[in-house]
Design a protein around this ligand. Structure first.
Ligand code: IPM
Ligand code: MG
Length: 360
């Protein structure tokens, strides 16, 4: 039976990087006769402009039906004046994550040896880096109620959000992280702010309680400020990190820089049955949108994660991994990872190079 892939390019560079990721996916679909059916729909600002809603009903219906979703990026200055709930981020992306219960966000930060020079850290500090950040994606302060901006009696405005996690939410993300750690180096670091925030005191307690189910995993706990420091001081100490929604958002951007560029970080957002949405960790980058400058590799590597995690297609996934490595070996670089002696290409040139490597 054919599998349905919903493609949501979104806004800004989303359309450009998705064109390249689709190119790669279509090529593999033919080469390996995967029988994938690609369908495209609107999400975010593009959907607001077209139909007045960041997550149109038909996009949502297709998303519920799809076997997997590929997403580019959403948002941009054009829609920043809208009420928060209607913006591309909250009304489109976060609603989709939440409605589909995609609580498990996997963000692998891997340093390709060819890019050691592009990292912001010294090569000896980052060479061989292979971290998996497991970010809780449908709870925490991103979704907690009450939230808003209210007026106080003295006429001053006050913004407020609520940071909440229930035990079951903590348990399911921790279980996913323990299971993933079992398949890797069996070291799990849970990141919290348990010296101050009650919600993460509970987080730490629940994660610690689960450790007895995974005697082979070495569990540690770290405060988020220290974790941020350790990521830029000695990142190779980490194997799998598990944390809440907001801390994971921040730490994964920091980890991305270690790999040379945020344009190199793919992600998978999974529900309890491994159905998922796959997207680069970077945003819509309005400053370079439409200029053929964006690095499509994070999205192309997200395609590999999709094939692997949601579709169980290891062979084409591994082919993408090898093709990306081969392109980097050839010195082909977009601007964000460029260094002297390399060949500078645009977004489309990078996509073409990956397809050419796949064709070999
Ligand atoms: C990410 C992004 C999103 C987030 C934004 C666009 C809402 O930064 O996926 O990391 O904060 O989750
Ligand atoms: Mg982010």
């Amino acid at each position: 039976m054919s599998k349905k892939i919903l493609v949501l390019p979104g806004d800004g560079i989303g359309t450009e990087i998705m064109a390249e990721a689709s190119k790669v996916l279509r090529f593999l679909n033919n080469k390996f006769s995967l029988g994938l059916e690609l369908e495209e729909a609107l999400l975010g600002g593009a959907a607001i402009d077209a139909v007045g809603n960041a997550l149109p009903d038909n996009t949502f219906a297709l998303a519920k039906e799809a076997d997997a979703i590929l997403l580019g990026a959403v948002g941009g200055p054009k829609w920043d004046k809208l009420p928060p709930a209607d913006r591309p981020e909250k009304g489109g992306l976060l609603r989709l994550r939440s409605e589909l219960q995609l609580f498990g966000n996997l963000r692998p930060a891997i340093l390709y040896p060819q890019l050691a020079g592009a990292s912001s850290l010294k090569p000896e500090v980052v060479s061989g880096l292979d971290i998996l950040i497991v970010r809780e994606l449908t709870g925490g302060i991103y979704f907690g109620e009450p939230r808003g901006i209210r007026e106080l009696d003295n006429g001053e405005r006050q913004g407020f959000n609520t940071y909440v996690y229930s035990e079951s939410e903590i348990r399911r993300i921790a279980r996913l992280a323990f299971e993933l750690a079992m398949k890797r180096d069996r070291r799990l670091c849970s990141v919290d702010k348990a010296n101050v925030l009650e919600v993460t005191m509970l987080w730490r307690e629940v994660v610690q309680d689960m450790a007895s189910d995974y005697p082979d995993v070495e569990l540690s706990h770290m405060y988020v400020d220290n974790a941020a420091m350790q990521l830029v001081r000695a990142p190779k100490q980490f194997d799998v990190m598990v944390t809440g929604n907001m801390f994971g958002d921040i730490l994964s951007d920091a980890a991305a820089m270690l790999t040379g560029s945020i344009g190199m970080l793919p992600s998978a957002s999974l529900d309890a049955n491994n159905r998922g949405m796959y997207e680069p960790c970077h945003g819509s980058a309005p400053d370079i949108a439409g200029q053929n400058k964006a690095n499509p590799l994070a999205t192309i590597m997200s395609v590999a994660m999709m094939l692997r995690y949601s579709l169980g297609l290891e062979e084409p996934a591994a082919a993408i991994d090898r093709a990306v490595s081969s392109v980097l070996d050839q010195g082909i670089r977009t601007g964000d990872i460029f260094s002297d002696g390399c060949t500078l290409v645009g977004t489309d040139g990078m996509g073409d190079a990956v397809v050419a490597a796949l064709a070999e």
